[in-house]
Design a protein around this ligand. Structure first.
Ligand code: SF4
Length: 446
């Protein structure tokens, strides 16, 4: 049962030493009760208190981490139902499924192409996280070969899918030293599967057709000493998946119900229809999968899913930023114009893409505005004449150009007078308000 902030406070040293980063032990206790900080941050908790607090301080959804060859996919550790309450931490792992009945050459080609698939979105490379290999042949040797083929084509983490412990054991032979997910354990095979997962340091998918039987099964498996579990409550339709996923999340977060406090795995690919699959996967991203297994290999389906996932799992409290500096667009020469903007990623990419697409060369100076867009940064005092001048001087822009002329965004036209004072000898031009109008402005006014 979760402890209240006051109950936790009574177990802390109560010295208010501030080493945890909070002004008082009570403030720390309140954060701990809200699952917004780790107990380990306080170095002075006694062993006796630690034991009492362990249950309360453990994240309501257990963190499960799949690893292979330097890759890691984490799911769980979430502390809120809705992103606006704080943030979501671990993006659901997106895995593409192959069947062991497919020809090895086809598996190899499919996996190699997906392994190389990359989407650059506001400066971040988005990729699928790994692959699921499903046994449909019912043959241990065929399954083991398929796993080997996948492993040769990609180093990313794997999910092995079979309910037969012998087939699973054969597949695991090719994955020594890795942490895959074994899917899965059900009411009939759970003991053998739990044993395999323990032997191979693997996570275990637990399958049941109701929340009651799922909770019952996870408790039995936990009693065998296995903690890294992933749950499949069964629902495959939109309504079932949404209802079950939400119930599990609510029970974990609001009731601290440990038997279901694990990441959920979803299988949109089971819809058997590419359109439905994409929509089910999108629903799983929003609510509340930890691992998502799709069958599609189509970039047209994967691209929007990766972007959606990135957006949902971006911390709204931390804007995505690009590195402040001088960016060269279309090989500018000394006589080409100098444009200025902020280091909010979307602002930067809007400006850079418009100029790049126009074919016109320019120097783009990105000032440090703490990741805010132009108007927001200006209103917050993070994009003023002083900061712009500091960027121009700090990045030695004058050394790269032959004409001292900069273009500021139209939204901050009001800064032009102050900038002339900050940058004597420079011509200050006011550009358009919207990035889309930059090419026309550059052609006509510069
Ligand atoms: S580090 Fe521990 S003892 Fe010190 S203020 Fe924080 S909670 Fe209290």
């Amino acid at each position: 049962m979760a402890l209240s902030g006051i109950q936790i406070y009574k177990l802390l040293p109560q010295t208010n030493c501030k080493e945890c980063g909070f002004p008082t032990c009570l403030a720390f206790a309140m954060k701990l009760a809200a699952k917004q900080v780790e107990l380990s941050v306080c170095p002075y908790v006694t062993e006796a208190s630690k034991t009492q607090l362990a249950e309360s301080s453990a994240p309501p959804i257990h963190l499960v981490s799949l690893k292979s060859n330097g890759y890691e996919v984490k799911a769980g550790n979430e502390v809120v139902l809705f992103r606006h309450e704080k943030t979501y931490y671990n993006k659901p792992g997106l895995f593409v499924r192959v069947l062991d009945s497919e020809a090895p050459a086809a598996i190899q080609a499919k996996i190699a192409a997906l392994d190389a698939f990359k989407v650059n979105y506001v400066g971040i490379d988005l990729t699928v996280d790994g692959f699921a290999v499903a046994s449909v042949s019912g043959n241990a040797g065929v399954f083991a070969e398929a796993v080997k083929t996948v492993r040769q084509a990609s180093k990313r983490p794997l999910i092995l899918m079979s309910r037969d412990p012998q087939i699973m054991a054969a597949g695991l032979e090719a994955l020594k030293g890795e942490t895959p997910l074994l899917y899965g354990a059900d009411a009939d095979n759970w003991e053998a599967m739990a044993e395999l997962a323990k032997q191979h340091n693997a996570a275990l998918g637990v399958i049941a057709n109701s929340l009651e039987s799922l909770a019952d099964l996870t408790e039995k498996i936990k009693a065998k000493g296995l903690e890294d579990l992933v749950v499949d409550p069964g629902g495959r339709s939109f309504a079932q998946a949404l209802t079950l996923g939400t119930q599990i999340r609510r029970l974990s977060i609001k009731k601290n119900f440990r038997p279901l406090g694990f990441p959920v795995i979803s299988f949109p690919g089971d819809a058997g229809n590419p359109g439905l699959e994409a929509m089910l996967a999108a629903q799983s991203i929003a609510k509340y999968a930890g691992f998502i297994v799709v069958d599609t290999t189509s970039p047209a389906a994967l691209y929007p899913l990766l972007v959606l996932r990135q957006n949902v799992y971006t911390d709204p409290q931390k804007p995505i930023q690009v590195q402040p500096g001088v960016y060269e667009i279309n090989n500018p020469k000394p006589e080409d114009p100098v444009l200025v903007t902020t280091n909010f990623s979307i602002t930067y990419f809007s400006v850079a893409n418009e100029v790049e697409g126009s074919g016109l060369p320019a120097w783009l100076v990105v000032a440090d505005a703490e990741g805010m867009s132009v108007l927001t940064a200006w209103a917050a005092g993070k994009f003023d004449a002083e900061r712009i001048a500091k960027a121009i001087k700090g990045f030695n822009v004058a050394d790269k150009i032959s004409r001292k002329r900069i273009v500021i965004p139209g939204h901050v036209a009001v800064l032009s007078g102050e900038l002339e004072e900050e940058l004597p000898g420079w011509e200050i031009r006011v550009g358009p308000r919207e990035a889309v109008d930059l090419p026309a402005f550059m052609k006509q006014a510069l």
